[in-house]
Design a protein around this ligand. Structure first.
Ligand SMILES: Nc1nc2c(c(=O)[nH]1)N[C@H]1C(S)=C(S)[C@@H](COP(=O)(O)O)O[C@H]1N2
Ligand SMILES: [Mo]
Length: 206
């Protein structure tokens, strides 16, 4: 159909213009969904799964799988940026905002200003607590209308799209709140401590 061909051409050019401003420096567009895992994909049964907020808190707070799912869901559509230079635009997720989880935990917000997300396996990643609050981060269990694929972090992963994607810990099992910032897995291996893709903070010293 020639009409379809013409409108696809127009759409293509418009999409290119839209995309330009959404790619951080040094990034290219990825339409597939690459898998980047430092270790094997775990497979904890859901009846043994939990999510815990611990560390410098008055009392640790734990949700089992059903309790997490019973919380109000959000469906963020966000762009993600991997430090290996691919970006994926308009990814559709379903999960629970970290604001909602931390609202149920008592801690001294004047002194407790960092968090380490920890995963099944030995993966950890650190970030300022402020970067997990204010509608910027989720614990997600759905992707594109389906349960999150285990290779992409299912049953649940952290999603912190405004930082490089290594901060979005797959197979996340909790957050440890701390007063001192403690480098996580990649952060200890020379990656940037904060990881803002728009400032191209890939490696320590960037
Ligand atoms: N637990 C865990 N989380 C992880 C990783 C990992 O190796 N283990 N890799 C990180 C990196 S470097 C990236 S780019 C993304 C990749 O997510 P994906 O495999 O769903 O694309 O997960 C991040 N979260
Ligand atoms: Mo990455």
């Amino acid at each position: 159909m020639s009409g379809g061909f013409i409108s696809r051409g127009f759409k293509g050019r418009r999409q290119q213009a839209d995309v330009a401003g959404r790619l951080p420096p040094g990034q290219h567009l990825e339409s597939g969904f690459p898998v980047l895992s430092a270790g094997p994909t775990p497979n904890t049964p859901l009846d043994q799964w939990d999510f815990v907020v611990t560390g410098s808190v008055k009392a640790p707070k734990r949700w089992n799988w059903n309790e997490l799912l019973a919380l109000p869901h959000e469906t963020p559509t966000v762009d993600v940026h991997c430090v290996t230079k691919w970006s994926k635009l308009d990814t559709h997720w379903e999960g629970v905002s970290v604001d909602l989880l931390l609202r149920e935990v008592e801690y001294d917000s004047t002194s407790v200003r960092y968090a380490t997300a920890f995963s099944e396996g030995d993966y950890t990643t650190n970030l300022p607590l402020a970067d997990l609050l204010g509608g910027k981060a989720w614990v997600v269990f759905g992707y594109d209308g389906q349960p999150l694929d285990p290779v992409h972090g299912g049953p649940a992963r952290l999603l912190v799209p405004h930082l490089y994607f290594w901060k979005s810990a797959k197979w996340v099992r909790g957050l440890r709140l701390t007063e001192q910032d403690q480098p996580g897995f990649w952060e200890s291996l020379g990656y940037h401590n904060y990881g803002d893709p728009w400032k191209e903070q890939r490696y320590s010293g960037d």
